[in-house]
Design a protein around this ligand. Structure first.
Ligand SMILES: NC(=O)c1ccc[n+]([C@@H]2O[C@H](COP(=O)([O-])OP(=O)(O)OC[C@H]3O[C@@H](n4cnc5c(N)ncnc54)[C@H](O)[C@@H]3O)[C@@H](O)[C@H]2O)c1
Ligand SMILES: [Zn+2]
Ligand SMILES: [Zn+2]
Length: 362
């Protein structure tokens, strides 16, 4: 069975044959139908964030269940499923409290390097994100999957597993944006465009999209942005403050850069909230005005995977798509084969795509 393996920072992924281990009682074997190329995969490939290697990356995924372990009752062979990297145990303090993304039960959510499910010629290969979706098949814990409706196209379902869940969740679950709010989204890739969609769903009155590529800003308008700013055309903080007469109620940083995180905070109105979603290198520090925190009551939120409750959120997002309220067709810029994955990442790096999706013949 073929997989794309990340072996060395800065080097192309290598297509190799891998073998999956025996299925445990709570595990599910899935034939991969489609997997999106997310910037979080790219952060590992370009070395921004460390990861034990060799590893099968890939986490924005949908597929079809092939076989289920003896104790799995929520899924059966033939079911269509979406994967999510925030696998949860369901019994810890965080899970019981409804904060599934904070689950840290290491018997379910293995630390990087711990999952023993993949080998290549008898030698251990790491399972990135507890999924390892850049492969024709995956062996995962049942709580890393959710069943979705059969009429949901699997390539668009895949996008929901990370970018769409994170972007819409950041608005709806993390920041809890109320109707009528003003919103700014900095960075309009798969995650930022999804934050724009989330703001639209939440009933935001004004949605200002900011990117350095006009092509992304055009897409942002299609996804619901009411105003756009090219960050290369001068000071976007000043522009947002002028456009809104004082700043936005909510800002979302969807890149992972120090300066854009600071800009997101600076463009807030008094009482505003910034939500940070971009993945940053571990040593990166961000600077905010302490005075703005107390005197203007600005708030800073971190957001992991849209603070999701994915077993309910993902099927609902599929319903929103099927109902015509999530324009995911425009999110897929390219469909590629597994052996074109390195070109796919070059496209992501260059900003040529909203999302490329690897599709498999199944
Ligand atoms: N918090 C989470 O749980 C979570 C989940 C998924 C992805 N992420 C992270 O979110 C970030 C975005 O992911 P993505 O897949 O959408 O990436 P992407 O590469 O598709 O999009 C990034 C966008 O930012 C724009 N950009 C870059 N520099 C800019 C600047 N200085 N000003 C304005 N725009 C700029 C690019 O043109 C691009 O459109 C990444 O850091 C990714 O790792 C976080
Ligand atoms: Zn992702
Ligand atoms: Zn838990």
């Amino acid at each position: 069975m073929k997989a794309a393996i990340f072996e060395e920072v800065g080097k192309p992924l290598v297509i190799s044959d891998i073998t999956l281990g025996d299925m445990g009682p709570h595990e599910v074997r899935v034939r991969t139908a489609a997997v999106g190329l997310c910037h979080s995969d790219l952060h590992y490939i370009d070395g921004t964030v460390a990861q034990p290697m060799p590893v099968v990356l890939g986490h924005e995924v949908a597929g079809v269940v092939e076989a289920v372990g003896a104790h799995v009752t929520r899924m059966k062979p033939g079911d269509h499923v979406v994967g999510c990297l925030s696998v949860f145990c369901g019994t810890c303090e965080h899970c019981i409290g409804g904060n599934l993304v904070n689950c840290s039960n290491q018997s379910v959510r293995y630390l990087p390097g711990q999952a023993q499910r993949i080998t290549r010629e008898g030698v251990h290969v790491n399972q990135g994100f507890n999924l390892g979706a850049f492969a024709e098949e995956m062996l995962v814990h049942e709580n890393a999957l959710v069943k979705v409706r059969d009429d949901m196209p699997l390539d668009r379902a895949a996008l929901i597993g990370c970018g769409v869940l994170t972007g819409t969740g950041s608005v709806i679950r993390t920041a809890k944006v109320p109707p009528g709010s003003t919103v700014a989204v900095i960075g309009c890739g798969g995650v930022g465009l999804s934050a724009v969609m989330g703001a639209r769903l939440a009933g935001a009155l004004r949605i200002i999209a900011i990117d350095i590529l006009d092509s992304k800003l055009e897409l942002a308008r299609e996804f619901g942005a009411t105003d756009v700013i090219n960050g290369r055309d001068g000071d976007s903080v000043q522009k947002v403050i002028e456009m809104t007469r004082g700043g936005v109620n909510y800002a979302f940083e969807c890149i992972g850069a120090k300066r854009t995180a600071e800009q997101a905070f600076e463009m807030l109105a008094t009482g505003g909230t910034v939500t940070l979603m971009g993945v940053m290198p571990p040593e990166m520090m961000i600077e905010f005005s302490g005075r703005d925190l107390f005197y203007r009551q600005k708030k800073i939120l971190g957001c992991f995977m849209g603070s999701n409750q994915f077993p309910t959120d993902i099927p609902r997002l599929c319903d929103f798509y099927m109902d015509g309220r999530l324009p995911l067709d425009q999110m897929i810029s390219k469909r590629i084969r597994l052996d074109q994955i390195n070109e796919g990442f070059e496209d992501l790096k260059a900003g040529n795509v909203a999302r490329s999706v690897v599709t498999f013949d199944i």
